[in-house]
Design a protein around this ligand. Structure first.
Ligand code: NAP
Length: 481
């Protein structure tokens, strides 16, 4: 199957933080894969920038090593890699200093799409934006891409927005939430808005509840110090889980167009009820043999949560009365990201008491094995009378669309969208601020109470309290398999 791809114009992409982990693991490999697929035009330039003093040849070696480390062997063809690296250049720049900016100004070319990817600490966003502007390197047509974390509360997010807004218009700013670049997440929009099937049922009258799970097996590891100042609520909920919630709960936008989409997502965040303390469980993994949050974070008295589960209510006509349960955590049993939409019981069963009814559930799997399944009731085959059974109408994207389907990584898609100038899958400033405005009082509440997170075993499904959060409502979490 040949996918139709919208071509991109020739571009200069400057990656600040080009020697860092994200650039090596995601950005450079992602660009190579798109280039290999013929989506990056000949003549495009990728310009690395960081403080480290090195020439372009040395940076190309570093980039080659990154491709070899982070791409599958089948992606790597030495001749292709060499041709790709011919597009790559490097300029040594300190975001807070004066050196290097003129070299960058000389390097970028007129008439090209110009994009700046800030894969650096957010504290540097303002400095870089200001210098790009002052030196005339960025113009009204340039695009600037910023990474998470976009602030640690409403005040800091506002400060970042203002620092960027001094030099860039909102339509030039691309705030990355890589969850939005995932194939299944976009498919969620296709399922909702390209089929008549679900939309009439997509409301509190027919949906019992929604569960969103993002479970990781890794702990905080080497990011312990950073993570301890953040925690699951800031690191995962404020951005990724809230974005997924918005896509599930939003009204159909009038068009699949950036502001129409983002207006509808914003309305969802604004309609969220404040969280009651009893509707939130925080957890921290505590184990032996070094598998322990307090050891890994280097903070023996840490009250930072590595797990959070909560029950959210959306106060609008569509959703009043349908709870949304969210959970995310580290060092859990397995790595799973999914959204499960559980439908209500039919109003009356014609098949009698002996047939146990099971809920219809639509599961959207983000990882592993991106795909969807819908659990429906059927008649059990055979002569045993009218016995019902629930089965999955299962669609793995890889199977449905060809086993060799090579689903692009979220970063690949998002970088290409930046070059195309399509902001649909990026967060707008007011969305980010609204999410912080909802999260801030929740965090302030537990900080004021001095709450300690509940301990859970590494490799488990999280703390007991999270199970109870569902049990008390007569529901249960889906298994983390
Ligand atoms: P990192 O490994 O620490 O890399 C930071 C990069 O910034 C390096 O290239 C560093 O190179 C450069 N840098 C530091 N200070 C600089 C300065 N004053 N001027 C110019 N360059 C400077 O960090 P990272 O993990 O790649 O993360 C980058 C950003 O992406 C962070 O905001 C992070 O939160 C975010 N992010 C990362 C990931 C991930 O998986 N890594 C995921 C999501 C978001 P020099 O030391 O040579 O200057």
């Amino acid at each position: 199957m040949v996918a139709r791809v919208i071509p991109v114009e020739c571009f200069d992409l400057v990656i600040f933080g080009a020697t860092g982990d994200l650039a090596r693991r995601k950005i450079l490999p992602g660009l190579y894969r798109r280039w290999k697929e013929g989506q990056i035009p000949e003549g495009a330039a990728i310009i690395g920038a960081a403080r480290s003093d090195m020439d372009a040849e040395r940076f190309r070696e570093l980039a080659r090593a990154a491709l070899e480390e982070f791409l599958a062997p089948r992606d790597l063809e030495p001749a292709m890699v060499t041709r790709f690296l011919a597009m790559v250049d490097y300029v040594a720049i300190d975001a807070r200093g004066d050196g290097g900016w003129q070299a960058l100004a000389d390097r970028v070319r007129p008439g090209m799409v110009r994009a700046f990817y800030l894969s650096v600490a957010p504290a540097l966003f303002g400095d870089i934006a200001q210098r790009l502007h002052q030196r005339g390197i960025a113009n009204r047509d340039s695009r600037i891409v910023v990474e998470k974390p976009f602030g640690k509360d409403l005040a800091s997010a506002r400060a970042l927005n203002s620092a960027l807004a001094e030099h860039f218009h909102e339509d030039q700013i691309y705030r990355i939430d890589h969850y939005l670049g995932k194939e299944t997440v976009q498919n969620l929009m296709a399922v909702r808005f390209a089929n008549i099937l679900f939309e009439p049922l997509w409301n509190a009258q027919f949906i019992d509840h929604v569960q969103i799970t993002v479970a990781e097996t890794v702990g905080v590891g080497g990011r312990g110090e950073y993570y301890d100042n953040s925690g699951a609520m800031r690191d995962m909920v404020q951005n990724h889980l809230m974005q997924l919630l918005c896509l599930i709960a939003m009204e159909p936008p009038h068009h699949f167009e950036p502001d129409a989409m983002r207006d509808e997502k914003l309305k969802v965040i604004r309609a969220l009820d404040p969280l009651a303390p009893g509707d939130l469980i925080r957890g921290q993994y505590r184990g032996r043999d070094g598998d322990d949050y307090l050891l890994e974070s280097g903070n023996p008295d840490s009250r930072t949560e590595s797990f959070v589960a909560m029950k959210l209510q959306i106060s609008n006509w569509r959703w009043k009365g349908t709870p949304f349960y969210l959970r995310t955590g580290k060092r859990l049993k397995s790595r799973v990201s999914e959204i499960a939409v559980t439908f209500k019981e039919p109003p009356h069963s014609i098949f009698g008491e002996s047939n146990q009814w099971r809920e219809n559930v639509l599961v959207i799997r983000l990882q592993p094995d991106e795909g969807m399944d819908l659990r429906v009731m059927i008649k059990e085959p055979g002569p045993g009378g009218m016995r019902l059974k629930d089965v999955a109408l299962d669609m793995s994207f890889a199977e449905a669309l060809g086993n060799d389907l090579d689903i692009p990584d979220a970063y690949e898609r998002l970088i290409m969208d930046v070059i195309r100038g399509n902001q649909t899958l990026f967060m707008r400033g007011d969305e980010v601020e609204a999410a912080w405005a909802w999260v801030d009082p929740v965090i302030a509440g537990w900080e004021a109470r001095g709450d300690r997170p509940e301990a859970y075993d590494p490799g488990s499904t999280g703390p007991e309290g999270a199970l109870m959060l569902m049990h008390r409502d007569g529901r249960r979490w889906r298994e983390i398999r």
